[in-house]
Ligand binder design. Structure first.
Ligand SMILES: [Zn+2]
Length: 300
């Protein structure tokens, strides 16, 4: 059994290697797009960067030939999204895009401005996990980008990265997470899976991609939406063949189990899902059982 330290280190190496295989282009300024509304909740998808995932990212039992049916010229459209929730007079952001972590700067802040949301008006930032393409927007020039926000992240996620930073000071991504946690200080609020974080917002255990990877369930007016983080990197491949993992997944067996659990929940209860790496035009959709796998149907 590899140690958590080994898994985290491997995950970082895989992440950095894969950031080269996945290419993220400079985004046109895209306004946010409302994808879901129920009760007093409204969710807007924000494209931080568009991008592509290469077939070479995915490892699993399928043959290269079988996998290739799900790609065009060995690539699939993807992207990096964040989600804005307005509820009960509060402004909540799910993930923060890349900031300046990649060559092309992320567009989150430009889009927030086009939606008339100032960073200081964001009340809560909820993280699906702490890879650089999800936390890159938390700091700007070493300061809090969201000066008034509480920062919520699962305890296993935060603890594992901080433990790695303490054990290995040369580990740059873990060190950056420690700096970020220090800068947000007492406003970092770790939670347990199953907790209700805000009225109608619950944290579900989707660990595997990272040690504390979280899916958020939003419920209002009798309806729900799942913000599924990095359950999926390649669509449609991983809906049809959920045993395929991007090399970003730190614990593949656990990541596969989480993917299937979330697909089952979404399909059985007819809950739409919104993904961080879904192409922006397909940022939200329904999951349907389809033979041994599932399929995605775009909603809006
Ligand atoms: Zn990611």
């Amino acid at each position: 059994m590899p140690s958590l330290h080994t898994l985290l280190s491997r995950g970082i190496v895989a992440f950095l290697a894969c950031a080269l295989i996945a290419s993220f282009a400079s985004a046109q300024e895209v306004p946010g797009r409302e994808i879901w509304k129920a009760g007093d909740m409204a969710v807007t998808a924000i494209q931080d960067l568009p991008g592509e995932m290469a077939i070479s990212l995915f490892k699993g039992p399928a043959s290269e030939q079988e996998k290739s049916k799900y790609f065009t010229d060995g690539k699939d459209e993807a992207g990096i999204n964040a989600f804005l929730l307005r509820t009960g007079g509060k402004v909540v952001l799910f993930d923060t895009g890349t900031g300046s972590a990649f060559k092309s700067p992320g567009k989150l802040f430009g889009t927030l401005a086009s939606l008339s949301v100032k960073p200081e008006e964001v009340d809560f930032v909820l993280l699906t996990h702490m890879h650089p393409d999800h936390i890159g927007g938390l700091l700007r020039e070493g300061n809090r980008a969201f000066p008034n926000a509480k920062l919520m992240v699962s305890k296993p996620e935060l603890d594992s990265w901080l433990a790695l930073a303490a054990r290995d000071i040369s580990n740059a991504p873990a060190g950056q997470i420690k700096d970020m946690a220090d800068i947000y200080g007492a406003d970092v609020l770790p939670f347990a899976f199953g907790d209700t974080l805000l009225p109608g917002v619950t944290a579900l255990d989707a660990s595997g991609h990272t040690p504390g990877h979280t899916v958020y369930r939003l419920t209002a007016g009798g309806k729900s939406l799942l913000i599924v983080g990095d359950i999926i990197h390649g669509m449609p491949l991983q809906f049809a063949l959920p045993d395929e993992c991007a090399t970003y997944d730190m614990d593949p067996p656990q990541a596969i189990a989480a993917r299937k659990r979330i697909f089952d929940l979404a399909a059985q209860k007819a809950i739409p899902i919104a993904g961080v790496h879904f192409p922006f035009a397909n940022a939200v959709g329904m999951v349907r059982k389809d033979g041994k796998g599932w399929k995605f149907e775009r909603m809006k």
